[in-house]
Design a protein around this ligand. Structure first.
Ligand code: FES
Length: 160
């Protein structure tokens, strides 16, 4: 069977994971990571191919995607901003940071993007608590500790 999204590299990796990981769920999670880092998104087509390839129900894959923030389907935007709202980041001022993102992008958190450039999502810990309030834009991780409006504007301008 020919796959559109599961490239030979992705398939080879999945086969390696199958040998390494004990459960099918762990293989699915790793496969989703591969797809996400290649396409920066997990779409229904990606999930359908993966379900077909791994011979698992689509509903199982959809369940994992909706459970993990990391894979949450990117809306209709080119860039995906993720701001951690977990306790350490909350204490360090993520609320202000989120408001700043909303102000500078003209978008609302967790709402479909209006202009198709940014989608802002508030998420649980992204594993960068030492630089709380932490945020990511696509695959880039940022230290939010000393962020100012000017700096954030500069950062955003890199994502067209
Ligand atoms: S709590 Fe925010 S990155 Fe860990």
């Amino acid at each position: 069977m020919e796959y559109t999204y599961l490239t030979p590299e992705i398939i080879n990796k999945i086969e390696e994971y199958k040998k390494e990981f004990l459960t099918k769920e762990q293989v699915i999670i790793q496969a989703l990571h591969l797809i996400y880092s290649k396409y920066r998104d997990i779409t229904l087509d990606h999930m359908l191919e993966l379900s077909n390839y791994l011979e698992v129900p689509l509903s199982q894959i959809e369940g994992i995607v909706s459970f993990y923030d990391m894979f949450r389907v990117k809306r209709n935007a080119r860039h995906h901003i993720r701001v951690c709202k977990n306790l350490p980041c909350h204490i360090m001022g993520c609320k202000k940071l989120i408001e700043l993102f909303e102000k500078l992008t003209g978008e609302e958190r967790n709402q479909e993007s209006k202009n198709g450039r940014f989608y802002i999502e508030t998420v649980e810990c992204i594993g960068a608590c030492s630089v709380a309030p932490a945020f990511m834009i696509d695959d880039d991780l940022y230290d939010g500790t000393k962020i100012t409006e000017e700096k954030l504007n500069e950062i955003l301008s890199k994502y067209t």
